[in-house]
Design a protein around this ligand. Structure first.
Ligand code: AGP
Length: 608
């Protein structure tokens, strides 16, 4: 978790660093800090809380300087306090360092350093890095960082400055993301391009065990053995405005409203109506083997896992492939047998989720082939998989994932359709699916036009402390995703259940104070869902039904009705999730929650 940003150039560093931190705040937001260097002088400030607290604290201070480093924290070692906030420093206060990741052998290193006379001021793992760099510095900062890297185990993205080396920042990574930004006005390094996209779209993704020395006019990338590396420069696709609210009160709402566009982007240039087949250029390198695949395992976490769970039903409908979906953090504990040509699909918005990365590394060890469906270009998962498909959905800033979920569903459907068309799926079925996919953006717009109606429902039920979400088949994962969204942003307790499971336990909870969101489009599960609703109504539980438009009889059993346009059964989840997102958003808003940065969460979960 955590976000780091650094800059060296001709502009004042403070506003660049604070602006960068604001863009990275989604990565963690319990404390923050900044160090600005001006010749041999380094001014360092830290504060508890969001970036705005740091900004207030430093607003009247003299922090002139054209280089510096900054950090926003999601606590792992030690509570969120000023003394645990980064930058951390060595004994002599000559080295200043910001770190994203976890130093696994820090306890051992700390004891050793304490025996050598180092005094520690924080409970963090990061502080050992500062001491190690300080002790090993003999005029060459990159070399001191290199020596430090060889002693630590774990993950890091770091930026380091030293009083004796004005004009130079050394950055390094192992396991945590780090991007270098190049511009005529200086050089940047950050956990994510969003921190620098206002100044440059020319970036280089640093790879594991690499370092870079950044100066105003030049930069040098090298290996841990000090061998220089040439790396090509990439152009970032998105712009600073993509990471702005543009009139919306919250990123979550903005991103919900972006879905007609992001679902379209997931399909753009990928649909071939005449052939009834999608084109997915990103999987070309593995296509020959993928065509023969009979066993697929989808690994993911959180919302991405629920997208994968819908994906399983879709693959089973459109292909003859056996599909498993695994929560990435549990994947390593399973004794899975991979028949030849087993493919793993890692689904991840950030491409940096530690559990998902660990799962694909384990799968690779066991001989599986790796595909990624990832939003962040150049992220670790995109680099560690053999081939993959990008969402092209632009940055998702709200911690609660919304637009990426529908984008992931769209891509999974395209992939299933592609494989299905090379198996038994007919041209007619292929073309029918493509036609239905093309209608989705407009259909999502239609759902969004009911926002006031959904807000009114939220108004009525947002004080209920417990909610239930029910669905079957394609929409069972939507029930789980709907419950997750509500929990994350409103802190209301919610459970997502397979509707058929309700009678095996959760029905005991039903009271007039516990609303149930029932997801029942007019498909082959509809009648069974109606029976479940009747069971709830007999116990006086309020029901909010999400159903296909034109369904007249639903009003007789449900208290509230939200309509979604008609589509193919396996496309319903893309539509049905939108009202769930809006319900969660409006409940959270009415409860005055911190919607884009809910308590205890972080956007990019880079710890296991
Ligand atoms: C979604 O709303 C969550 N905040 C979270 O569950 C997220 O989906 C999960 O951490 C996985 O992230 P990823 O897609 O970046 O791998």
């Amino acid at each position: 978790m955590c976000g780091i940003v650094s800059y060296v150039g001709e502009k004042q560093a403070r506003p660049i660093l604070v602006g960068g931190l604001k863009q990275l705040e989604y990565r963690g937001y319990d404390s923050a800090g900044i160090a600005v260097q001006n010749g041999p002088k380094i001014s360092c400030q830290r504060s508890v809380g969001k970036i705005i607290e740091l900004e207030k604290k430093i607003s009247s201070l003299d922090m002139d300087g054209t280089m510096g480093i900054a950090h926003t924290r999601w606590a792992t070692h030690g509570e969120a306090s000023e003394h645990n906030a980064h930058p951390h420093t060595d004994q002599e206060q000559r080295v200043f360092i910001v770190h994203n990741g976890i130093i696994e052998n820090y306890a051992f290193l700390k004891k050793k350093l304490q025996k050598e006379g180092c005094r520690f001021y924080s409970e963090t793992d990061t502080e050992v890095l500062a001491h190690l760099v300080g002790i090993q510095f003999d005029g060459d900062l990159a070399e001191a960082v290199r020596k430090t890297m060889s002693q630590v185990e774990g993950t890091f993205g770091i930026a380091v400055i030293h009083r004796d080396v004005p004009g130079e920042i050394v950055v390094a990574r192992r396991g945590s993301p780090l991007v270098i930004g190049l511009s005529d006005e200086g050089h940047f390094a950050a956990s994510d391009v969003s921190a620098m996209v206002r100044y440059t779209n020319q970036v280089i993704h640093l790879q594991d065990n690499e370092l870079a020395t950044l100066r105003k006019d030049d930069f040098l990338i090298s290996t841990a053995r000090a061998e220089p590396i040439q790396r090509s420069i990439e152009t970032v696709e998105w712009h600073a405005e993509d990471a702005e609210l543009n009139g919306f009160p919250h990123f979550m709402l903005k991103e919900i409203y972006e879905q007609p566009e992001t679902v379209m982007n997931a399909m753009r240039g990928r649909l071939e109506l005449g052939e009834g087949v999608p084109k997915l250029g990103g999987i070309t390198p593995v296509w020959e083997e993928l065509k023969k695949c009979r066993h697929l395992v989808i690994v993911a976490c959180g919302t991405s896992y629920y997208a994968g769970s819908v994906g399983r039903y879709v693959f089973e409908k459109l292909t003859d492939i056996d599909v498993e979906v695994e929560v990435a953090s549990e994947f390593r504990y399973r004794k899975l047998n991979f028949p030849p040509n087993t493919f793993i699909i890692a689904l991840s918005q950030s491409g940096e989720t530690a559990d998902t990365l660990a799962a694909i590394r384990e799968a690779k060890r066991k001989g599986a082939r790796l595909l990624g469906i990832v939003n962040v270009v150049g992220s670790s998962i995109s680099r560690e998989t053999e081939a993959g498909i990008y969402n092209h959905a632009g940055p998702e800033i709200g911690v609660a994932s919304t637009k990426i979920f529908t984008s992931q569903l769209t891509i999974l459907i395209l992939l299933a359709l592609l494989l299905g068309r090379h198996q038994n799926l007919s041209l007619t079925e292929g073309a029918e699916t493509i036609r239905a996919l093309q209608k989705l953006p407009e259909q999502i717009r239609k759902i969004l036009s009911q926002a006031n109606h959904i807000e009114a429902i939220a108004e009525k039920y947002h004080t209920c402390r417990n909610w239930l979400f029910l669905g079957r088949k394609f929409n069972y994962p939507i029930a789980m995703e709907g419950a997750l969204k509500l929990k994350e942003v409103s802190y209301i307790h919610a459970e997502g259940y397979a509707a058929g499971e309700m009678k095996h336990g959760p029905i005991a909870l039903i009271t007039p104070e516990m609303p149930t969101v029932a997801i029942l489009p007019k498909d082959d599960m509809y009648e069974k869902m109606i029976s479940n609703i009747q069971e709830i109504k007999s116990r006086r539980g309020p029901v909010i039904a999400i159903t296909t438009e034109g369904n007249k009889e639903i009003g007789e059993v449900a208290d509230e009705v939200i309509e979604i346009p008609p589509t193919l059964d396996f496309l319903n989840p893309i539509l049905a999730v939108v009202p769930c997102q809006l319900l969660a958003y409006y409940c959270a808003n009415l409860l005055n929650r911190d919607i884009d940065k809910p308590r205890n969460l972080a956007k990019s979960v880079t710890v296991e």
